[in-house]
Structures are given as C-alpha cells and as structure tokens.
Ligand binder design. Structure first.
Ligand SMILES: [Zn+2]
Length: 524
C-alpha cells in the first residue's frame, strides 16, 4: 500500500520529453512507481485533466533572511516552487563575523531585507543548522557568496587581497558545510575590483572540482559579451562548471545584438569542452540596489566612504560626467534613462512618498537634478535603496528561452520596506501564462524542463527535477491555462493563482487550491 496515488494525470516529467498519461505512486517522500493499475494507497488525488510535473526549482533567490520570517513560502508555493537556492550574486548572508558586520548588513539590506540578529551568520554550517530548526514550507538550499567572503575578510577596498589563503579557507569551509555553488557578484563591490587573474587565484579551491560557479557578471549591457568571454576564460582555467546568472543585454542599443552573440560564445565554449550554462528571468525590468548606478571607483571603501563621496561637490561633478559619458562600466542610468528607474524601497520617513516614483519624478519633487537626487537619496539612506529598472527587451528573453542550456530563475529580492519586484510572486506562473500560452515562445515540456531538471542539473541538486522512480516526491498538479500572475509593478504583493496541488516531499502544501501548512520542506 502506497502513501499517495496521483491518478489519471498527464505526466510532464521534466526531461523535455512528450507528455503521457499515467498514475504516480508515492511512498516515504519518494516516487515509488509510475504506470497504470499501481494498486492501493492511503490517499488518492484525482488528477484527471491536469498536468503532473516535478516541483519547480528556483536556483536564484535572495531569500537568505526571508526563509526565517513568518509567512515565508506562500509566494513561492502558490507558483509551484518546491525548492529554492539562496545566496546568489556573491551576496549571501553568510559567512561573516564582526569585523565588517555593519557595512555588510547595510550592503545586503536592499537585497535580503533586514536581518534578524538571531540568525547566525558566522558560517554556512551554523546558518543551515538554524534553518533546520525552522518549519520550512519548501526545500531551501544555499550558495556561498564569494563577495560576502571577501568583504568579511578584507572590507570593500579596491586592492586585491595579497594573501588569498584566508579566502580559500572560507570557500573550502562553505563547500564542506553544504554550499551548492559559489556565487560571484562581479558587478558589485568588492568583487568588481578583481582582475580576471585575481579572480582565478581567488577561486583556486574550485579547480578541477564539480562545484558550480554562478556569476552575476561584471557587465550586463554594452560589455556583456566581453563578460561572457571572461567567464569562459575563468571556467577554462579552473576546469569547473560555470553558470551565468540572469543573462541579459541592458540598454536599447544592445537589444537584439548582444544576446545572440553571447549565446554563440557559450555554444562554442561547450564544443571546446567547457561546462557552461545560463539562466534568465522573465521580466524586462530588473531590481537591485540603487547603488548599482555608480561606477566601481565610487564604490571603494564601504558605505561611509561612498556617502562622503556622494556629498562632495567635486565628486558629484565627476559622477555627472561619468554617467553622461563613460562606457567602461554598466552605466545603467545612461543606458536606460532616469525615467526607467523606479525607486522601490527607501527607509527614511521623509522619502516614503518617493516609493514607486522614477528617479526623474523624484528629482522633480525634490527640486533637484537627477544626479543630485541620486546622490542625496543614497547618502541620506546610507546606500540602502532598492530600484526597479526597465532595462531589457522581451525579444532577448525569448532568444535566451530558445537556447537548450538556459534555465528560468526569478532573482527574487526581499527588501523589508517598500515594494518588491513582481517576479517574487509571479515568475513561475508567468513562464506558462506569457511564454507558453500567449507568445508560444516555448512548448509546455520545454518550459517545465527549464524550471525543473535543467536548473537541478546545473546546480547538482540530487534527486529532484524529474518525475522518475526514486526521485523526491516534490510534485505539482495544475492546468496551465488556469495559472494567473496577479502581481504587478505597482501592486506586487499578490500571490499567483491556479496551482491546484503542490506536494513537498510527498505531503501536500497546497491541496486543491487550499493551503495546508504542512511544513514538509527541508534545509538541503
Ligand atoms: Zn544578480
């Protein structure tokens, strides 16, 4: 007798293969059998007319602090997510000690939100142990942010760490503690200060191993192809798996041109034996720290140094010139324009009326020009400001979706104040609603593969992502045509609709649309 029998559904198994009709039997949190006339079960779920897929996997979220907050998991499970990885973009919440703690927290806050001081940050091991004591609605794993490691050891200084041994030790320790990968944030301080050679030296512990590197690249606009080449060079030098996060070409002048070339570079690298893959999020707007508008030389020395620079008249003039003319960094303000950059989270009471306004609008309200407005907001808020910037083009997203090696991610950030990006709530419904049914960019089995087996493979997540005997019983049951994304840019905190049943480890977290509060997730 099985625990659960899912009867009469259409199996889309995550491999990308053709759908077929079968029953699925579950036992002890695993898939015990797939076929017909499987026998008796304690619980039967009628899936006639429904698709049955593996639970969805998001390998790129910034929920490092969110997973400890009450209410975590609803936004995720309502779109069928049963497994997430946090710690992306080099900026994981661990490991750090006291040395640069205040600075690190300030830097992380726009991405992960405020940190509960009870969460241990000194090591990934301690963090995961704390997570194991929490009732988790879905499975949660972590990557180790190499940017956090560097900032903890050496601060936000520009100079390359002369002695890399401490850094190596921390990476090794994180891997031993269970990190699924090492994430890099080469667009952010302090990792933007690495030379390519320095980066390869910093990542030596990964050499000839099977721990993937995930990378928020140095450039994602004018220089995106150079950045892809840089990461191919790093992968070749280290002979380890490389995964490019949120591939995009920011700025109108790069649309339609850079992405085909970037994909071609990766294709050629694979032909050369490099293990390289990528992912994409499904929105033409991104979300990150407002700080990301500044050139790397403005990011030296941490929050206090940055704020002093932003208040200095001469420095402001230098910044004005840089934004107007420079091309040697991801000059987002120049590439997308002030009216495409929306302020989504600010902390000070006197700035709350600016949430939801573009920098252009905020500047007008404050009677400032946009550069002065940017400097004032960042300095007053001590850099903890989040933006949503409309910088990409949906055609490029489709081009990436057509690539065989691209997974879908959300890149969810969780600022505690202001407005999150709608992708936190909608990404995994959007893939069906917009890109399978409306635009017909990819077919149903391909879409399912890009949110199940492909990301699981890229990050070496064992026993998940496929409906096969022996795999974990993380399973979704739904009709694609009933899925609805309800979150919007101006009203983002809206859970998606239409997911009928979601099983985590064989237990329903949502059963026929109703929340069960099973809490069967695990720290993986
Ligand atoms: Zn990123």
């Amino acid at each position: 007798m099985f625990d659960t029998l899912i009867r009469g559904g259409t199996i889309i198994d995550g491999s990308g293969g053709a759908p077929y009709r079968a029953d699925v039997a579950l036992m002890d949190g695993r898939i015990a059998a797939i076929g017909h006339n499987l026998g008796e079960a304690a619980q039967t779920i009628d899936a006639g007319g429904f698709c049955v897929t593996p639970g969805f996997i998001d390998i790129h979220r910034h929920g490092d602090a969110e997973v400890f907050r009450p209410g975590f998991g609803k936004a995720e499970l309502r779109q069928g997510l049963t497994t997430i990885l946090n710690g992306a973009c080099g900026v994981s919440l661990v490991p750090f000690g006291e040395r640069h703690r205040e600075e690190l927290l300030h830097y992380l806050e726009p991405i992960t939100g405020k940190l509960d001081p009870a969460i241990p940050t000194e090591s990934l091991g301690a963090y995961l142990n704390a997570l194991r004591k929490v009732k988790l609605p879905l499975n949660v794993g972590m990557m180790l942010g190499a940017g956090t490691v560097r900032a903890d050891l050496f601060g936000y200084g520009e100079e390359e760490p002369a002695d890399m041994r401490q850094l190596h030790r921390q990476l090794e320790r994180g891997i031993a503690d269970g990190a699924y990968g090492i994430s890099l944030g080469l667009g952010y301080a302090p990792e933007c200060f690495y030379t390519t050679d320095g980066l390869i030296r910093a990542l030596q512990p990964l050499k000839d191993g099977d721990i993937p590197i995930t990378v928020h690249m140095r450039h994602e606009g004018d220089g995106v192809c150079d950045s892809v080449e840089e990461m191919i060079a790093v992968a070749k030098a280290l002979r380890c798996p490389m995964h490019i996060s949120h591939l995009k070409a920011m700025g109108k002048r790069n649309w339609h041109v850079k992405i085909p070339r970037a994909l071609e570079l990766m294709e050629r690298a694979r032909a050369d034996g490099v293990d390289i893959s990528c992912d994409v999020y499904l929105y033409d707007a991104g979300s990150t720290q407002l700080l990301h508008l500044l050139p790397p030389d403005f990011l030296r020395g941490g929050v206090d140094a940055i704020c002093a620079r932003l208040r200095d008249k001469n420095q402001r003039e230098i910044l004005r010139e840089a934004i107007a003319h420079r091309h040697d960094f991801d000059n987002i303000a120049q590439m997308v324009g002030w009216d495409n950059i929306m302020l989504s989270a600010l902390n000070l009471p006197e700035y709350q009326h600016l949430i939801g306004k573009t920098v252009a609008e905020a500047a007008e309200l404050l009677h400032l020009d946009p550069v002065d407005c940017l400097c004032q907001l960042l300095a007053d808020e001590r850099c903890a400001v989040t933006m949503i910037d409309r910088m990409a083009c949906e055609d490029d997203i489709c081009t990436i979706l057509h690539d065989d090696y691209s997974s879908v991610i959300s890149d969810s950030t969780y600022p505690t104040s202001g407005m999150p990006h709608p992708r936190v709530y909608g990404s995994y419904v959007r893939v069906f609603e917009r890109f399978v049914l409306e635009k017909k960019t990819i077919d149903l089995p391909t879409a399912v593969r890009k949110i199940t087996s492909l990301p699981a493979e890229a990050m070496r997540i064992k026993n998940k992502g496929l409906l096969r005997v022996g795999m974990d019983a993380d399973i979704n049951i739904f009709k694609p045509e009933l899925l609805r994304e309800r979150a919007t840019y101006l009203d983002p905190r809206q859970e998606s609709e239409g997911m009928d049943t979601v099983l985590v480890g064989g237990k329903p977290a949502i059963l026929h649309g109703a929340w069960t509060d099973a809490g069967a997730g695990q720290a993986i």
